[in-house]
Design a protein around this ligand. Structure first.
Ligand code: PLP
Length: 420
């Protein structure tokens, strides 16, 4: 793995150069706070973030002491009841939100349902909800469900056509900031401004943004946002998502899943529903406390990092990956699907290849974990808190070997697994 090869005109970056870069990386120490199994290069933090070292001890405390020992007292004594807000306030600075504008609860899909419904109510008489056609499907499915229930129209526009699709009949746009397949960044400032100019509301999905790059919801006067915590925020498998409601809308926005946790006085057990006057109204029912509490462990790590440094490292890692793949695998038929300009790219890189699935399976078997998105995309995520420059070099070394040797042709790799 130590050799430097030459491809085309440009000298190939050496493994030692990558080690040197890691030595001056201001975020390098964060890696020690995660459990990355030996022999694994983990490039799938854009799907499921790595486990924080502190997670098992934390879970054991929640289960053994808070639940086992203190039983129901923990709703108060361990702060269980307030966790959605406590964690929301912790997360808020990462996305340019203020305290009281964010809660951690439910899934991204459910939260989007609440916010899209609220947005439609706030724009009566307008019939269109605009989303990106190639978006992660759940957002579009949720919009389709709402449209069917309320007699609205879902307009699916591709990236360059979104702005033009916004008109006086648009109730809301619902756009994912960083595209889940390509990593392309949609222009939050421009699209939000365009929506507002037409009198529409702007909802943003931050699943591939939160924890990967800075974003400033309030600077752009975004109305609503959702996102998950199990990717770059390292909350754990299926950890609860977050939702953001701009303070100026809290008095008017009303979500439709009116459960007792969103009531103004949940323990009054009033037969009639009165919404809480603040962000608590966007809660619905009893929270999955173990998972919710664990989300705080990942969030604490993220909040300790400087987001400008996170973004700078993310750009450096994705640039390095693209350069190395293009130098060392030039003859193997990979097409870069992610934007070449780092300013347009999130923290992931996607290459299309006819045999992307088999190639990814072969890499995973050799310890380099990325993922595959149909029909032909090999996707690699670079979580700046724990991915090193040398990991990028090693990943491309494995890819090169898989391609040069033809190892991906092993028929075993063609069999599709349930989760890819
Ligand atoms: C853009 C986007 N939205 C939503 C989701 C998932 O939503 P949920 O957390 O409800 O499964 C994903 C998952 O990868 C995603 O990439």
């Amino acid at each position: 793995m130590q050799h430097d090869k030459q491809a085309g005109q440009n000298p190939v970056i050496s493994r030692q150069t990558c080690i040197d870069r890691d030595q001056v990386d201001p975020l390098a120490h964060f890696r020690d706070a995660f459990l990355i199994p030996d022999g694994v290069v983990y490039l799938d933090g854009n799907s499921l973030g790595a486990m924080a070292d502190a997670a098992p001890v934390h879970v054991a405390r929640v289960v053994e002491r808070e639940w086992g020992g203190d039983l129901i007292k923990s709703w108060n004594s361990a702060g269980w009841f307030d966790l959605p807000l406590t964690l929301g306030n912790k997360l808020a600075p990462l996305i340019g939100a203020a305290a009281g504008e964010v809660v951690v609860t439910d899934s991204t899909s459910v939260n989007l349902f609440k916010l899209l419904w609220a947005a439609a109510d706030m724009r009566p008489g307008r019939s269109k909800i605009i989303l990106e056609g190639s978006n992660f499907p759940t957002d579009n499915y949720v919009a389709q469900g709402i449209a069917a229930a309320r007699g609205l129209e879902v307009v699916l526009a591709e990236r360059d056509a979104i702005a033009d699709a916004i008109d006086e009949d648009t109730a809301a746009i619902c756009i994912t900031h960083v595209h889940y397949k390509t990593g392309h960044i949609n222009d939050m400032a421009a699209l939000t401004a365009k929506a507002h100019a037409a009198g529409a509301l702007a909802i943003w999905d931050l699943c591939h943004t939160a924890g990967a790059m800075p974003v400033d919801l309030n600077a752009h006067r975004v109305d609503f946002a959702v996102g998950c915590t199990y990717k770059y925020l390292n909350g754990g498998p299926g950890s609860p998502a977050f939702l953001f409601v701009a303070k100026r809308h809290l008095a008017v926005a009303r979500q439709p899943i009116t459960g007792w946790w969103g009531h103004n006085a949940p323990f009054a057990f009033d037969p009639a529903y009165t919404p809480a006057p603040d962000i608590r109204q966007f809660l619905t029912g009893t929270q999955p406390i173990v998972s919710l509490s664990l989300t705080g462990v990942g969030l604490d790590l993220m909040c300790a990092a400087d987001m400008a440094q996170v973004r700078a490292k993310s750009v450096a890692l994705t640039e390095l990956f693209i350069a190395l793949v293009e130098q060392r695998c030039a003859k193997h038929g990979f097409t870069l699907i992610s934007p070449r300009d780092a300013g347009d790219r999130g923290s992931q890189v996607a290459f299309a290849h006819r045999h992307g699935y088999e190639i990814m399976r072969a890499m995973i078997e050799r310890g380099v974990v990325g993922d595959f998105r149909a029909p032909d995309i090999a996707r690699f995520g670079f979580a700046p808190l724990y991915v090193r420059h040398v990991d990028v070099w090693d990943a491309v070394d494995v890819l090169t070997d898989v391609m040069d040797s033809g190892a991906w042709r092993d028929p075993r790799y063609a069999k599709r697994e349930a989760v890819t």
